[in-house]
Write a protein that binds this ligand. Structure first.
Ligand code: AMP
Ligand code: MG
Length: 329
């Protein structure tokens, strides 16, 4: 199969819609990362997603809909605070896990009774979802466990020959996957941290819990238990207090004739003067925007990426640290 990359426009959207209606898969832009989309009510199409990605069969998918889509057709809104969250953060990088009405096929939710739904804010994605006017399930458009794609070229590098079409909507503005929030209980619970932070959710709901995933637990969001986001080179992760150790490791690699790169925020990069740097930028938003791009750049030129942790775990840093531990830890 030949994989085409087309910019998002009226004609390419029409093409994508036809592929979806015929049971095929599309690489599509969103504001978080690129998605691998299929019609959520078509079990055969949904199975293809798991095959193409090599995705574990117990890891459910998120259904994406356009901003005027009536969520009541897909899920039960069981608590008043959920409507306030929808008003505040949708469309945007927030995924809500709710009780499913069973419209989306059971293959997509891995036989579970809940459905994760999201309304992407990316304009091209909205255009696409509006045209098809059906829920589209879309995990990140990468081979399972590899770093998530934030450009159409990243998708191509992983899925070339496996899907017919990638729509190019530019580099993703957010850069890390959506916040996944379980809203089936009276207090919301973060299953996966992202750009919609605990603090932002609390400003609407008053309270917000964070799911703990302990070894051996039956986890509520199965995706979080897997190794994830990994670049194709060696990695290491140090805290900002361990910069001496990071330099030692860097020198070890260099002395062995290998190419190490340090991945860190701009301020911290000053401590690594003259060394190979993958600069993540300075603000948490810049760092999220650059993270996967730098990991994917790094794997093409480094034998090892030596990542330096963030200065805190608060706000957007929570989502960044979650990805950094899984990709480099
Ligand atoms: P991705 O693999 O990037 O598509 O991320 C989807 C995330 O949402 C994974 O962590 C899934 O485990 C989680 N998820 C999807 N559907 C559900 C659901 N019904 N209940 C709990 N978590 C879900
Ligand atoms: Mg993924």
């Amino acid at each position: 199969m030949q994989t085409k990359i087309l910019p998002v426009n009226v004609e390419s959207v029409e093409k994508a819609k036809q592929i979806w209606l015929d049971g095929g898969l599309i690489g599509m832009p969103t504001e978080t990362v690129y998605g691998l989309g299929a019609v959520a009510t078509n079990p055969e199409a949904v199975k293809k997603i798991f095959e193409v990605k090599g995705r574990p069969s117990d890891n459910p998918l998120i259904a994406h809909v356009h901003k005027d889509y009536n969520l009541d057709t897909l899920v039960y809104v069981e608590h008043d605070y959920v409507n306030n969250l929808i008003k505040a953060f949708m469309p945007g990088p927030l995924t809500l896990v709710m009780k499913s009405k069973g419209v989306v096929c059971s293959e997509a939710v891995c036989g579970g009774d809940t459905l994760a739904v999201r309304m992407p804010s990316h304009v091209g994605c909205q255009q696409l979802l509006k045209a098809v006017d059906m829920p589209i399930v879309a995990p990140s458009a990468n081979i399972s466990k590899h770093t998530s794609p934030v450009t159409a070229m990243h998708v191509y590098n992983d899925l070339n020959g496996k899907i017919p079409l990638i729509l190019d909507g530019g580099k993703c503005s957010g850069g890390i996957e959506s916040t996944v929030l379980d809203v089936t209980e009276s207090v919301p619970r973060i299953l996966r941290a992202g750009l919609i932070t605990k603090e932002m959710i609390e400003s609407i709901t008053g309270e917000c819990l964070i799911a703990e995933h302990k070894e051996g637990d039956k986890v509520k969001s199965p995706g979080v238990k897997y190794r994830h986001y990994r670049p194709k080179c060696e990695t290491a992760l140090f805290s900002e207090e361990q910069i001496e150790k990071a330099i030692e490791l860097y020198n070890e690699y260099e002395n062995a004739g290998k190419t190490p790169y340090i991945m860190c925020r701009t301020t911290v990069s000053k401590a690594f003067d003259g060394k190979n740097i993958l600069d993540l930028g300075e603000t948490p938003e810049q760092i999220a925007y650059n993270l996967y791009d730098k990991l994917l750049e790094g794997e093409t030129k480094a034998q090892i990426i030596i990542a330096i942790s963030m200065p805190s775990e608060k706000g957007v840093y929570m989502g960044i640290m979650n990805r950094l531990r899984k990709s480099c830890g």
